[in-house]
Design a protein around this ligand. Structure first.
Ligand SMILES: [Fe+2]
Length: 211
């Protein structure tokens, strides 16, 4: 049989880096916000908890700076012209998932470019992060897979078992979901979304050069 030249375009990258050094810092701020959200819960046996956004908290500066810079680096490495753009958080909040809590498949619109997750508490049988095929045409006509446990060009989803301290980043157009927490302990992670804006300083510098 002829050997076909095979080319792969329009890849769906997922980026993972382990940063356990940020866990304590993030947990401290997260716990404050969890407490505030817990006070508003009418049922003490709630299934899940979403906090308010806390990307503005000065205590988190090192963490926020790291995630924001990493998001910028990713977009630049993907070939986008980031010369005059900066990344900024549109949201940074904690999700606490208790027994049987999960999250349906979704993407983040409204100008987001990068979505990120930082895992704080990952007990046994906790939710897994699922990344779904973002190509609607393929999803519609998908054939059954021969062995869904293999990652192939036919795969329609990839399942990640997060570790505490893992930071996972994806483009905001990548659909994602979380499976049910099958354990009895709470799972906690930070979900972040980042957008881009024109860096006015860089723009001014450039216009000075032109003059
Ligand atoms: Fe999300």
């Amino acid at each position: 049989m002829d050997q076909l030249e095979e080319m792969h375009y329009f890849a769906t990258p997922v980026y993972v880096v382990h940063k356990p050094e940020f866990i304590d810092m993030v947990r401290t701020v997260s716990m404050r916000y969890e407490e505030k959200s817990r006070e508003r819960k009418k049922n003490p046996d709630y299934v899940n908890l979403m906090t308010g956004s806390y990307s503005h908290e000065p205590e988190l500066q090192d963490f926020s700076q790291y995630v924001s810079q990493t998001a910028w680096n990713i977009l630049a490495s993907q070939g986008y012209n980031m010369d005059q753009l900066v990344t900024y958080f549109t949201e940074m909040w904690t999700q606490e998932h208790n027994h049987l809590s999960s999250m349906e498949t979704h993407v983040h619109g409204a100008g987001c470019q990068i979505s990120a997750f930082f895992f704080i508490d990952v007990p046994d049988k906790a939710c897994k992060l699922v990344v779904h095929d973002p190509r609607p045409g393929k999803v519609i006509i998908n054939l059954p897979e021969k062995d869904a446990s293999n990652i192939t060009l036919g795969s329609h989803q990839i399942v990640f078992t997060p570790q505490p301290g893992a930071l996972i980043l994806i483009n905001a157009w990548v659909p994602h979901s979380f499976t049910k927490n099958m354990g009895n302990e709470s799972m906690r992670f930070v979900h972040m979304n980042l957008s881009v804006a024109v860096n006015e300083e860089a723009k001014e510098e450039k216009s000075v050069e032109i003059l």
